[in-house]
Structure formats: structure tokens, C-alpha cells
Design a protein around this ligand. Sequence first.
Ligand code: 4GS
Length: 247
Amino acid sequence: MKIDILSLFPEMFEGPLHESIVGKALEKNLLQVKITNYRDFTKDRQHHVDDYPYGGGAGMLLQAQPIFDALDEVKKNSEEVGKVILLDPAGKKFDQSVASDLAKEKHLTFICGHYEGYDERIRTQVTDEISLGDYVLTGGELGAMVILDATVRLIPGVLGNKASAGDDSFSAGLLEYPQYTRPAVYRGLKVPDVLLSGNHQKIAQWRNYQALKRTYLRRPDLLLNMKLDAEQCSWLKKIKKEYKSEL
Ligand code: 4GS
């Protein structure tokens, strides 16, 4: 996958791009990232990229011209321009299913805003507007990093262990079951017996049950658009009864 990032602060990406799993993906050439600074596309001597809003109001806006020109450069250098993504609180909320759609693309471009916002005409150049969530960031850079991180780990070959991408929260629609590692007792806190039993069928059953219970108790909204099998339905009945009697 090739990813272009347009930003006023390219150095913000140094750490996140070069550590850990994303860093390895870059080393293994499973991923190429190019960061372009809008400031390199300004036409005025002072390299201004922002200006006051028409109609008045607080703050400064990124101008259309440096962003349009930076994007033209990206398009010129790409065989195939895929999705052009604008980070914006008014966009579609990012989640695991958006990440898995993006992971199928060959080329992504992220446009990171900063300051109070950008000239509205920038929206004419994008294919997707994505929001990280209902809060205000200082710029789109961290949003682009979050989306890149969640997307890149889904590219085949990026995670060492084939099974590990699929086992996580949300990929099956449920939160993750509790996990433990050695020692079996720590400060009096015991690992559940079933995990030490060596009975793989029992362990799988326990994990499925725990994932369902945790999801019901903490994020019941996730169960609304899920198809549960017969066993899960009967577990859920039991869990509901158990927790109703405690309230
Ligand atoms: C988000 C968000 C965001 C909006 C950028 C105000 C600076 C800021 N971007 N998801 N101007 N939430 N952007 O808060 O993507």
C-alpha cells in the first residue's frame, strides 16, 4: 500500500511511523509513506498557508491553493489515485469496518487540516471525509495516524502471526475475552482454572462466553447489529438473568 499524507507538520509523523509494527511494515516494504508539506506549495514570499475567513470570525483558515497544488503533485506522482481522505469532525465516524475497507485499497491520501479549519472548496477534491470521534483535535495529523495504524495492521503480512488480526476486539463484533500470562497466582490473584486445564474445547467455550458477557455488560450497543448463534443466545439469556438479579 502507498500512503500520501498532506500536512503542515511532517515531523509529527516521525515517531509513530518508525516504531513497532508500522515501522516494520515500512522496512519490509509492505507500506510506503510519503509526507508532503503544503507550505512547499505556497506562492507568496512569506510562505503563508492561511488567511482570515470571509465574513469575519475568529482564527485563520488554510487556503485552498496550497492544498490543491499539493494534491495535484500527489496525483501526478501516482499511477493510480485511490481514496483521498479529509480528516474532519463532520465526516463518517471511523471504526473497524472503515479500517477493513481502507485496507483493501492500493493508495490512500490523507489531508490534515489545522488551525480553525480550511477553505470549504477543499471538500471538492476528496473522496471520503472521516472523523475520529466527537471531540476537537488541534489538527488532523493524529487522526491520520490513528487511521493509518488501524488500517496498516490489516494488510496481509504486516502482523507476524496470521491469526492475530482476526482475534482482536471488534473483528468478531465482540470485545476481547480476558487474557492471562505467567505466573498462575500473582499477589493472590488467580488465573481461572479452565485456562490451566489443557482442555482446548472448554477453553474456547469459556473465552466465547467471557467475550459475550463483557460485551453485554460494557457495550450492549455492539450486540444490536450482530447475529448470535444458538449457544450464544442461550448464554446471553443466562447472563441477563444473572445480572438482573444483582441490580
Ligand atoms: C478531527 C476529528 C478534528 C477540527 C482539526 C478543528 C483542527 C480538528 N479530525 N476527527 N480544526 N475529531 N479536527 O477534531 O478528525
